[in-house]
Design a protein around this ligand. Structure first.
Ligand SMILES: Nc1ncnc2c1ncn2[C@@H]1O[C@H](COP(=O)(O)OP(=O)(O)OP(=O)(O)O)[C@@H](O)[C@H]1O
Ligand SMILES: [Mg+2]
Length: 276
């Protein structure tokens, strides 16, 4: 095991009861990089994240954290190394933003050291970065969907782990906040050496920010590599059944997809033209 792959899976198969979702997934999460996981609804992205984070037990194969089966590690040790934001988290009723973000510090507390200035500072920094400090004393369930999503992101950041897994963290966020978040994730990887694995649905945002893109279909990893190599018309067709042209963005050189207009859109355009 090279130090470049702290988290990986070997022949991993996983699912729910007798239902198999992931099939023989060999996956290495690249150290200090932003990896974005893409795939159609139901392709197994959340199942893969949950299994990598030990929330779901494999049906076959293993997940290795620092070369050892993740199920052999103690829960607290895993939580000190790896933070996960699930797809649809639910907050305890009435909890304030500060309390929720503070939950990210639990793995760092000990019987003899309950709450420290270090915890306080980590919570403050995470709230500032995720731009929720102004809501600190408000109940989480009294916030908008996007504000609430940012509180969850702050909670994971407060955990201060080297490995961060985020399942659709941009849900509910307006475009500007999505871009800001992705830039923050790039910064965490490149400037602070964090290892990030993030599920996104916005193909162009993914291609614009990821160091590595991973495309899943039917519980298998179909393509993995730098956006320039992986984000192609042929792969988008194969994985998403999407007809799209891929061009290079003039400002970044990164690939951008332009979906082909189907019959419905052409019909809409004709109707619009008839109004002019
Ligand atoms: N708790 C569960 N019990 C049974 N089946 C499940 C459960 N969660 C997910 N599945 C099934 O497993 C398959 C993969 O689901 P998963 O949530 O991993 O997909 P996904 O790629 O994350 O999709 P989405 O983009 O919609 O979030 C789907 O067919 C889904 O119906
Ligand atoms: Mg999902």
């Amino acid at each position: 095991m090279t130090p470049a792959h702290r988290l990986c899976s070997e022949n991993l198969s996983a699912g729910y009861e007798d239902r198999r979702v992931l099939e023989d997934v060999d996956f290495r999460v690249a150290e200090g990089r932003l990896t974005v996981l893409l795939g159609p609804n139901g392709s197994g992205k959340s199942t893969l994240l949950k299994t990598l984070a030990r929330t779901l037990t494999p049906q076959r194969g293993r997940v290795l954290l620092d070369g050892h089966d993740i199920h052999r590690h103690r829960t607290r040790d895993v939580a000190q190394q790896l933070g996960i934001l699930p797809q649809s988290p639910t907050a305890p009723e009435g909890i304030t933003v500060r309390e929720l973000v503070g939950m990210g510090r639990f793995p760092h507390q000990r019987l003899w050291r309950q709450w420290s200035t270090e915890d306080e500072e980590a919570v403050m920094e995470a709230m500032t970065v995720a731009r929720v400090a102004e809501f600190a004393e408000r109940p989480v369930d009294a916030l908008s969907g996007g504000q609430r999503q940012r509180c969850w992101i702050a909670m994971v950041l407060a955990q201060n782990t080297d490995l961060i897994l985020l399942d659709e963290p941009t849900t509910f966020l307006d475009l500007k906040v999505q871009v800001d978040l992705l830039e923050l994730l790039v910064q965490l990887a490149h400037e602070r050496g964090r290892t990030l694995l993030v599920v996104l649905h916005d193909l162009n945002l993914a291609a614009a920010h990821a160091d590595i893109l991973v495309m899943m279909r039917n519980g298998r990893i179909e393509h993995s590599g730098p956006p320039k190599a992986v984000f192609t018309s042929a792969n988008l067709k194969r994985v998403f059944d999407l007809d799209a042209e891929v061009i290079n963005a003039p400002n970044t050189g990164r690939p951008v997809c332009i979906p082909a207009l189907g019959n419905a859109s052409a019909l809409g355009r004709r109707k619009e033209e008839s109004f002019v």
